[in-house]
Design a protein around this ligand. Structure first.
Ligand SMILES: Cc1cc2nc3c(=O)[nH]c(=O)nc-3n(C[C@H](O)[C@H](O)[C@H](O)COP(=O)(O)OP(=O)(O)OC[C@H]3O[C@@H](n4cnc5c(N)ncnc54)[C@H](O)[C@@H]3O)c2cc1C
Length: 284
């Protein structure tokens, strides 16, 4: 459980971090909270030759009102996101998902940027951000660009980030008044990753579903939106019957893993149950 030898650099600013990534090439890795990268290094599943520590970039640790959205700096810890009144007021789903990550010790180290960049389909915050159509702000050698969450997760532990890119912030749209939300996470012990998780948003107009968004955790090689459930709900009454019928579409387009926690068949059955629960909780 001892990592391979590596060099260590401390980034003094965002630009410095990008510069160091350029200098050290593809073998360098950014170090944020270290709660995903260091375990991989100890297992020798990752062997970066250089770690670039961005943990001290306090100007990337913030949650601020930016008009039509809330902006979260990439170095913001899960515990601060979970406790944010601003997020609870305008997009409580993100605070809720962050509050279900690991345990308090993990939440005090893990950052939102690290969670997204790691690209683990079993992680909770990425699915919540995909469900609310968040935008990710990336700084690279060519300057700054934004990437929609829908285009960010490209494959198993792979994202749209290039080897010299630094994720700097996440833009979370404020939800329309009256939009209900829920995050349902099924796991054996409080500290565990989701066997399956479901994020749901339901916007209603006079008892009818105006817009529904549903995201699935650990049901494919990337975080996933459930197009089948979303289209089955559009224009339907926000009723238990409609939710149950729509939830039957949850397995469509999924490719769940089988592992020591659950088989793919178990996850498939669970996804429909959790989607129904999430929809009902969103309008409760
Ligand atoms: C015991 C335990 C339980 C956990 N349980 C859960 C859980 O239930 N749910 C869950 O969602 N997660 C869980 N996690 C994962 C935890 O949330 C991760 O630590 C987090 O997702 C990664 O954030 P980090 O800041 O630690 O990133 P790091 O480990 O520092 O980095 C992870 C990866 O992201 C890259 N990176 C980091 N920041 C940036 C950036 N700003 N720009 C570009 N690349 C960057 C790094 O180079 C590295 O490749 C758990 C972790 C542990 C150890």
């Amino acid at each position: 459980m001892i990592p391979a030898a590596f060099d260590y650099e401390v980034a003094e600013s965002t630009d410095h971090a990008v510069q160091l990534l350029g200098e050290h090439g593809d073998d360098a890795k950014l170090l944020a909270g270290g709660h995903s990268l260091l375990p991989l290094m100890k297992l020798r599943l990752a062997r970066p030759s250089v770690l670039i520590d961005i943990g001290g970039l306090s100007d990337l640790a913030y949650i601020k009102d930016a008009g039509d959205h809330v902006e979260i700096g990439a170095l913001t810890r899960m515990c601060d996101i979970a406790a944010s009144d601003l997020l609870r007021r305008h997009c409580g789903l993100i605070a809720e998902a962050a509050g279900q990550v690991g345990d308090p010790q993990v939440r005090h180290r893990a950052t939102i940027g690290g969670s997204l960049a790691h690209g683990d389909p079993a992680s909770d915050p990425p699915v919540a951000l995909l469900t609310v159509d968040a935008e990710l702000v990336v700084r690279g050698p060519g300057g700054e660009r934004t990437v929609p969450a829908s285009g960010f997760f490209t494959n198993f532990f792979e994202t749209a980030l290039g080897p010299q890119d630094l994720l700097t912030s996440v833009r979370v749209p404020k939800l329309a008044a009256g939009t209900g939300w829920s995050y349902q996470k099924f796991h054996r012990r409080a500290i565990d990753w989701a066997i399956v998780g479901v994020a749901a948003l339901v916007e209603r107009d006079d008892g009818t579903v105006k817009r529904a968004a549903v995201g699935l955790t650990n049901m494919a090689t990337t975080p996933l939106r459930s197009a089948g459930v979303e289209s089955a709900l559009a224009g339907r009454p926000a009723s238990a019957e409609a939710f149950a019928e729509a939830a039957a579409h949850a397995p469509e387009g999924t490719n769940p893993p089988s592992d020591t926690n659950a088989s793919a068949e178990y996850r498939t059955a669970l996804s429909s149950i959790l989607v129904r629960r999430a929809l009902e909780a969103a309008v409760a």
